[in-house]
Design a protein around this ligand. Structure first.
Ligand SMILES: Cc1cc2nc3c(=O)[nH]c(=O)nc-3n(C[C@H](O)[C@H](O)[C@H](O)COP(=O)(O)OP(=O)(O)OC[C@H]3O[C@@H](n4cnc5c(N)ncnc54)[C@H](O)[C@@H]3O)c2cc1C
Length: 286
């Protein structure tokens, strides 16, 4: 199948892109890496009048590692996230999670902004963005607004982004005091979306969990943060047995709308959480 005919506009400025998206009487869609949008066009699942190509817009792929915040342009490719030395020092989990997405030739084109705006239920980076307390910066002819990552996705493939808004950057706080692990399970031989994934942020002291942030992907329609599981972990030894942890993760994660096999995915996520706790202990010991 081929796409329904559309006009391809490649603006050379952000202003040009915003004007093209806001033009009245026509439906318009931004194009980033095209790794999700192009298949949707080809399968005629979407039929926009205009595709607004962001690849020529300057300044959207900049990475700034500041003392308080890391700012990452929405058009930054996952391959860049994976290989950026300064970013690896500031937010190591981001590059590690990016490296888990699909395979290198997809990661060379797919972008951070595209991943968040596409909002696939099992995607890695939206979950990591929630765990890290990121914000998505949106620009439109009406101005600029910043949306916390945990309020950005509203369902499978839906977000709070208005059709005329462009995600320009994603910003991350640096001083959360937590160290992060990301673990996922993919079906055997599959390089696509994982069955489930867990991003664990942890602060430990004297072998005990002092603070925890747990976000799972694949279990609900959006990344799900689990405050009940976080509370259950806090104060307990990091290493060692965690009886009932998987059951409490399943109970909390499946309380959110999700796929029909959500309970299985949550059980996988529970095992991944135990792996993340072990990895944290091993990392602290090194
Ligand atoms: C074989 C295959 C395997 C994959 N496996 C995985 C996987 O394991 N994990 C995973 O997370 N992803 C996976 N993906 C998806 C890939 O990572 C996505 O294509 C990517 O996340 C979307 O980024 P993109 O830059 O390609 O966006 P596009 O495909 O260009 O756009 C996706 C959507 O976001 C919107 N959009 C993009 N950028 C912006 C912006 N700056 N502002 C506003 N709207 C915007 C577009 O309008 C569109 O609706 C896979 C894709 C393929 C083809």
């Amino acid at each position: 199948m081929t796409a329904v005919a559309f006009e391809h506009i490649a603006p050379a400025t952000l202003g040009g892109a915003l004007r093209a998206l806001a033009a009245p009487g026509r439906t318009a869609t931004p194009l980033a890496g095209g790794q999700s949008l192009v298949p949707l066009l080809m399968e005629r699942q979407i039929r926009p009048d205009v595709v607004v190509d962001l690849t020529g817009v300057p300044g959207l792929a900049r990475i700034t590692v500041g003392p308080d915040r890391v700012r990452i342009g929405a058009m930054t490719t996952l391959r860049t996230l994976e290989r950026h030395a300064e970013l690896a020092a500031a937010l190591p989990v981001l590059g590690r999670a990016a490296a888990a997405v699909a395979h290198p030739h997809i990661r060379r084109r797919a972008t951070l902004g595209g991943s968040l705006c596409h909002a696939a239920p099992a995607a890695e980076l939206p979950a990591v963005a929630v765990a890290l307390g990121a914000e998505v910066v949106l620009r439109s002819p009406r101005g600029t607004r910043s949306v916390p990552a945990d309020r950005f996705a509203t369902g499978a493939h839906t977000t709070v982004r208005a059709p005329d808004e462009v995600a320009t950057e994603i910003t991350f706080p640096r001083a959360t005091g937590l160290t992060h692990e990301f673990h996922e399970l993919c079906a055997r031989g599959d390089t696509g979306y994982p069955v489930a994934g867990v991003c664990l942020g942890l602060r430990s002291g004297d072998g005990r969990v002092r603070a925890a942030r747990v976000v799972v992907t694949g279990c609900g329609h959006v990344p799900v943060r689990l405050p009940g599981v976080e509370a259950r972990l806090t104060g307990r030894p990091v290493a060692g047995p965690h009886p009932g942890l998987i059951a409490s993760l399943v109970a909390e994660a499946t309380g959110h709308p999700g796929p029909p096999d959500g309970a299985y995915r949550a059980e996988v996520a529970g095992v991944l959480l135990l792996r993340a706790l072990t990895a944290h202990t091993e990392g602290a010991a090194r």
